[in-house]
Design a protein around this ligand. Structure first.
Ligand code: KE4
Length: 431
């Protein structure tokens, strides 16, 4: 497999773009080597600039749940393209989108469109702080909520100390208002609440984590957070940028039957176009400008072309809930095949799977939080990633990312993934 064109593009890209990419994870730094530059995609396949073909297991980090170049979405965009792209004025499609989201997501009564998951989470936290007149938030180690300052916080030592900035440019002032706890740890959460009485505006979490690799909530964790928030007047925010419309048409909150007060959305919501959203209880959302005092705005929010793609995507998912059964069956076919490969080789690596999200952790530890995820052998993962890429399987270029399936992945393609996994594991463990 040659990637000469990608290599020369990457060299050029580094002259004009920091790190040669517009989002860090794309640079393959966690796995080594140069990234391949994608030229086109169709269904379950990516095609790079050198003509290499890959089975796609990231799907743009979630959005392409119906596979690439989906006919329905393309048709909708073709139909809208001659009506101009953006007005900065209210449109019918935004009303249709808001009504559809409210009908699909159990806890959403009102919703505001934005342009990314980061905008959604930043806005939701500002809203929770404004609504409660409290400053602090609790997040969980290993959960990622976009690049907003309040989220780029390393865990503080001990349960009462403040977080520490996790990036230059984030001030200690901001970090002081973000407390962190281990994911799945209700006791640590309760301790933070007790040690910061009436100061906590919100708890924000990925209800199923994708950003430390796929990690599921323990039995009772989500329900426990719901009760803690009810008891202490804290806003519960489910960051469903990944899980929204992926685990079920109503996301993780439908899957687990736990309703947050606010939900943040992204990825699938835009059908591949740049869309984010935050929504929830009407009494809270009415606090958002211009109906309330919490300011938030955006030139391209609710953009007509993005709404067109998002409406086509969400209407399909809403009208075809059977896709979730199909996606789960495909995920189980792949993960049970990989488990058989591990068993045959006497390897006890950890697989976490839920719906159409899964991760293979190169550790024999059960992974329920970030500390446990970090016991993975990331060097071995790098070799595995490269081996799979050579065999035409495009994985997330980091151990700490979930994989995402699309409905374009047939049983035959699933079996190809399992076979490649077997051959690559055999190769890298021979070394
Ligand atoms: P964006 O601003 O990238 O649209 O969304 C931020 C975000 C918020 N919340 C969750 C749960 C997320 O997973 C994300 C973004 N996810 C990453 C994948 N780890 C996007 C890939 C990237 O950063 O390039």
């Amino acid at each position: 497999m040659t990637i000469d064109k990608s290599r020369s593009l990457f060299k050029k890209a580094n002259e004009f773009i920091p790190g040669g990419v517009n989002s860090p994870v794309r640079a393959f730094k966690a796995v080594g080597g140069d990234p391949v530059f994608i030229k086109s995609a169709k269904g379950a396949y990516l095609f790079d600039e050198d003509g290499n073909k890959y089975i796609e297991l990231i799907n743009s980090w979630g959005p392409m749940i119906l596979g690439h170049a989906n006919e329905e979405i393309e048709e909708a965009l073709r139909g809208a393209i001659s009506s101009s792209f953006s007005f900065g004025a209210p449109t019918r499609k935004e009303v249709e989108m808001a009504e559809l989201i409210a009908s699909m997501v159990p806890s959403i009564e009102k919703v505001r469109m934005v342009n990314s998951g980061t905008e959604a989470t930043m806005s939701a936290v500002r809203l929770a702080r404004g609504f409660t007149s409290r400053n602090k938030i609790i997040k969980y180690e290993g959960c990622y909520h976009g690049h907003g300052d309040s989220f780029l916080i390393a865990a503080g030592s001990g349960v009462v100390t403040m977080g520490a900035p996790d990036s230059p440019g984030v001030t200690q002032g901001v970090a002081n208002d973000t407390l962190t706890a281990p994911f799945n740890d209700l006791e640590a959460t309760k301790e933070l609440i007790d040690n910061n009485k009436d100061e906590i505006a919100a708890i924000i979490l990925e209800p199923v984590v994708g950003n430390m690799g796929c990690v599921l909530p323990k039995e009772g964790f989500l329900e426990g957070l719901r009760k803690l928030c009810d008891d202490h007047g804290i806003i519960l925010i489910f960051d469903e940028v990944m899980t929204g419309f992926r685990l079920a048409k109503g996301g993780a909150q439908e899957y687990f039957g736990v309703k947050p007060d606010l939900t943040t959305l992204g990825k699938i919501i835009g059908g591949g176009m740049p869309v984010g959203a935050y929504g929830g209880r009407a009494d809270i959302m009415d606090y958002v400008s211009p109906s309330g005092p919490v300011y938030q705005a955006g030139t391209l929010s609710g953009n007509p072309m993005a709404m067109t793609a998002g409406l086509a995507m969400l209407n399909h998912l809403n009208n075809h809930p059977e896709v979730y059964t199909q996606l789960e069956a495909t995920a189980k076919r792949i993960t049970s095949g990989i488990q058989s490969n591990l068993d045959a080789m006497g390897l006890n690596y950890t697989i976490n799977q839920i719906g159409s999200m899964f991760s293979l952790f190169f550790t024999d530890v059960k992974v329920t939080n970030f500390e446990e995820a970090k016991t993975s052998d990331t060097e071995l993962f790098g070799k595995y990633f490269k081996g799979m890429l050579e065999k035409g399987i495009y994985l997330a270029p980091s151990q700490y990312e979930s994989l995402f399936l699309s409905t374009s992945i047939t049983d035959e393609i699933a079996d190809q993934i399992v076979l490649a996994n077997k051959e690559v594991l055999a190769d890298i463990l021979k070394q």
